[in-house]
Design a protein around this ligand. Structure first.
Ligand SMILES: [Zn+2]
Length: 429
């Protein structure tokens, strides 16, 4: 039986009143039991506990009972993927095929990205912060979302081309500073192209063979500071690809809004991130995938040992950071080798939980924390009045393990119902 028969759709002026066994609002660390929620297609009108029935003026005329009693179900906000490269197909493990894929024209890359959008919604990912590409794919999708007509797709915003230094890591997703007259001109160029935020690449990546970041930082703290100031003057947030403590230092001292990846982050850096409100998006998945597919990647036992050590250290830092009060935000780096869009994000949540973060904290990192910190243009990611009607309804409570989010669920998007099992496959993701 399709779960769609559980509840009515919120179409037209229709208001829906549900009573659910468990409600996770995306923020609090205590689930709300036997909760009431009222919403229409535009947004949430009311959320309350068992003692607080919704006021009559928020309900349909003459309505005195919920449209559905769902004591066995959990309701939570739609998930926010905070780090994905929509222009790449992440599930593809064949490195030759990946190299050929990325050589396609921007129009071809955009066409290949389009079918991912509806699938993401059905997986339960109702918002994506694209993490950049130089072919305008993310920007085109962001404009599609903001346009008058849009297909079934998650909220989506993008930085367009990331900012990096010529000859250093990042050319496949960015454009060099050296192409601009100044750092500020670089930021202005992105803003004029439609960038919703500014992506910086102050470091290279982990050298998997050596198990360390072996290159020097690619931006100084001064450069980051100047880029952040320019972005702020255009009212844009900044997010920094940064691994290795030397480069993380420059990102933190430069005052970015979030550190992406953050492998090898030090405890004193986590403390400053907490104190300055700099969020951390730890992206376990791309490194874990190198371990999962070590044979295909050509890694021997020693290299796999290095990778596992890095992941263990990262897991310990995540738990420490969470306990210290650092704002942790979930993002998978989908599009990286082996990291399929949507499915890779669900895996990321599992890895955060496996690292030792409580299930509910992981859910909050994938919903309310993102919503609060990342300055999205719309209100989603929390079950509170005035937030959009984009939820997940499931009989398989993610509080018993976030892997339950992989199971059958109903996705409610602007009041409409979507079954997660229809059109669900990793093809092209
Ligand atoms: Zn990335």
């Amino acid at each position: 039986m399709s779960e769609k028969s559980l509840i009515p759709e919120a179409v037209g002026e229709r208001r829906i009143w549900l009573r659910v066994g468990t409600l996770l609002n995306g923020v609090t660390t205590t689930p709300l039991k036997n909760a009431n929620i009222v919403y229409n297609r535009e947004g949430i009108l009311f959320v309350g506990g068992p003692e607080s029935s919704p006021p009559a003026n928020l309900l349909g005329v003459g309505q005195t009972a919920p449209d559905a009693e769902l004591p066995d179900y959990t309701l939570l906000p739609g998930l926010i993927e905070a780090h994905a490269h929509l222009f790449l197909e992440g599930g593809e493990l064949n490195l030759d095929k990946r190299a050929a894929y990325i050589k396609q024209t921007p129009a071809e890359l955009l066409a290949a990205a389009m079918p991912r959008l509806e699938k993401l919604v059905r997986i339960g990912v109702t918002a994506v912060r694209d993490a950049g590409d130089r072919d305008g794919v993310g920007l085109a999708l962001s404009k599609l979302y903001a346009g008058d007509w849009r297909p079934l797709m998650p909220y989506l915003d993008s930085p367009g081309a990331a900012i990096h230094h010529k000859g250093r890591y990042g050319s496949f997703m960015g454009e060099p500073i050296e192409d601009c007259a100044s750092l500020r001109a670089c930021v202005e160029k992105r803003v004029n192209a439609g960038a919703d935020r500014i992506k910086l690449i102050p470091t290279g990546i982990i050298n998997f063979k050596k198990g360390a970041v072996t290159t020097d930082p690619q931006m100084t703290a001064m450069e980051v500071t100047e880029l952040v100031a320019a972005a702020k003057s255009f009212n844009r947030q900044t997010f920094a690809h940064a691994s290795g403590d030397a480069g993380i230092e420059n990102a933190v001292e430069g005052g970015v809004d979030s550190v992406e990846h953050g492998f090898f982050v030090r405890e004193d850096q986590l403390a400053r991130m907490r104190d300055r409100g700099i969020a951390w998006v730890p992206t376990f998945t791309p490194v874990q995938k190198q371990v999962d597919h070590a044979d295909l990647m050509g890694w021997d036992a020693e290299i796999v040992g290095n990778l596992k050590k890095i992941l263990d250290q990262h897991a310990a830092s995540l738990v420490k950071g969470h306990q210290m009060g650092v704002q942790i935000i979930a993002g998978s780096d989908a599009g990286s080798v082996g990291v399929a869009h949507g499915y890779g994000f669900l895996y990321e949540l599992e890895l955060m939980e496996r690292a030792g973060m409580p299930s509910l904290a992981v859910i909050n990192a994938a919903t309310g924390a993102s919503s609060s910190r990342l300055g999205f243009q719309e209100k989603f990611g929390k079950l509170e009045p005035d937030y959009l009607s984009r939820f997940i309804l499931t009989k398989n409570s993610p509080l018993n393990g976030v892997t339950n989010l992989r199971k059958d669920k109903l996705v409610i998007f602007d009041g409409k119902l979507f079954d997660s099992q229809e059109n669900a496959n990793a093809q092209g993701m």
